[in-house]
Unconditional design. Structure first.
Length: 56
């Protein structure tokens, strides 16, 4: 039989994994509508030129 301490630790580890999963899903939702170039230019604070138009 598992001790309370072991059960608590398992619950904490499960919660931590779920929190990480939720953060990754939220980040993916933020960037899924952008192209790689758009995402990188935004992260690097640079404009990009695509189809003759400058994006800032």
């Amino acid at each position: 039989m598992r001790t309370r301490k072991e059960a608590h630790q398992d619950g904490k580890e499960h919660h931590d994994k779920m929190a990480v999963t939720i953060m990754i899903q939220a980040q993916a939702a933020q960037i899924e509508h952008k192209t790689v170039e758009e995402y990188l230019s935004e992260k690097c604070k640079m404009g990009s030129v695509a189809d003759g138009q400058e994006h800032t």
